[in-house]
Design a protein. Structure first.
Length: 284
């Protein structure tokens, strides 16, 4: 510590740190208000069954629009919500909203909700999910819970027990951002995952980039061997989707298929008019 102080430039470093810490605590206060002021919303991004070309479900994604900051990216505010435990009320709100919304659709499409480590390890997490399912009347088979590998390492025994209980209740468990964490393979064996979601960094130009192609192929092989469905996220081009179809990938999600948007924008898929489904039939 003393050594660091004697070095030149520390002041700049400290000033930057100070500004960063101040902004984080400001953002934490604003996030607290955001919950009360209803500044948080959920957007939904469709998932495509690659073989049939039908949309089979949606991933719910949080959006925060602050009155002066404007829209704040989840990658920025979710970590702050996690550090302050604000993720608990926020996460419960998202889960409740997503389930209530999905229960109102006339098509029984699935809904995937992201769950952070703090939530997964919180007291009575499973009980709360079960309560939400009961209250909203959503069939547990339509709910998917997306967790990243980092969510498992804090307390693997507790995480395993929570995931086993959810699975027993009929909920599907998705490993999100697969390939970016560590010890991925043993996690696939030790935890009751139903779905592997390949991180979008491996999708970029997977049709032309041999390294990405090899990684995607091997994850598909892994999914096949372990009887897990594989979802590719971040699919942006028709060539990437063609590649996935050739390689036998089950599901795809990405800007090509649909941007995250208000659920009203996808009313043609969630219920009502059948004809509009054609719009998303990218296969064949
Ligand atoms: P994620 O769960 O891996 O979500 C996928 C992210 O990829 C989303 O970013 C989505 O908008 C983006 N994406 C989808 N398709 C494409 C594409 O074709 N190209 C590109 N470049 N990006 C695409 P978003 O919405 O900014 O969310 C970022 C992360 O924040 C999520 O990553 C998730 O980890 C977290 N997050 C979002 N909503 C929630 C939530 O309700 N609860 C928790 N705990 N975390 C959330
Ligand atoms: Mg996700
Ligand atoms: Mg992901
Ligand atoms: Mg992510």
């Amino acid at each position: 510590q003393a050594k660091l102080r004697n070095r030149g430039g520390h002041r700049f470093f400290e000033a930057r740190m100070g500004a960063d810490v101040r902004d984080r605590s400001l953002m934490e206060r604003q996030l607290r208000d955001a919950v009360r002021n209803r500044e948080l919303t959920l957007v939904y991004q469709p998932q495509l069954d690659v073989g049939s070309g039908n949309v089979t479900g949606f991933e719910a994604l949080l959006r925060w629009t602050h009155p002066t900051r404007g829209s704040v990216a989840p990658d920025l505010f979710i970590p702050i919500a996690e550090e302050s435990d604000l993720i608990l009320p926020i996460g419960e709100w998202s889960m409740e909203q997503a389930c209530r919304n999905a229960a109102s659709w006339t098509c029984p499409l699935s809904v995937a909700v992201n769950v952070s480590a703090v939530q997964l390890h919180s007291a009575d997490f499973v009980g709360r999910v079960e309560r939400i399912l009961a209250e909203t009347g959503l069939d547990p088979k339509r709910l998917e819970i997306e967790i990243t590998e980092t969510a498992l390492i804090r307390d693997p025994v507790r995480a395993l027990s929570a995931l086993q209980q959810l699975k027993a209740a009929g909920v599907s468990i998705v490993m999100d951002d697969f390939g970016t964490g560590y010890s991925s393979l043993s996690n696939l064996r030790s935890f009751p995952f139903d779905v592997i979601k390949i991180d979008r960094s491996f999708m970029s130009a997977a049709d032309r980039n041999e390294q990405n192609a090899a990684i995607v192929r091997s994850v598909l092989g892994l999914g096949k061997g372990l009887a897990m469905r594989v979802v590719a996220e971040g699919v942006e081009t028709a060539e990437e989707l063609d590649f996935l179809r050739r390689e036998g990938c089950h599901s795809a999600q990405g800007y090509l298929i649909g941007r995250p948007a208000a659920i009203e924008d996808y009313a043609d898929l969630t219920g009502a008019a059948d004809g509009a489904k054609e719009r998303f039939s990218l296969a064949s």
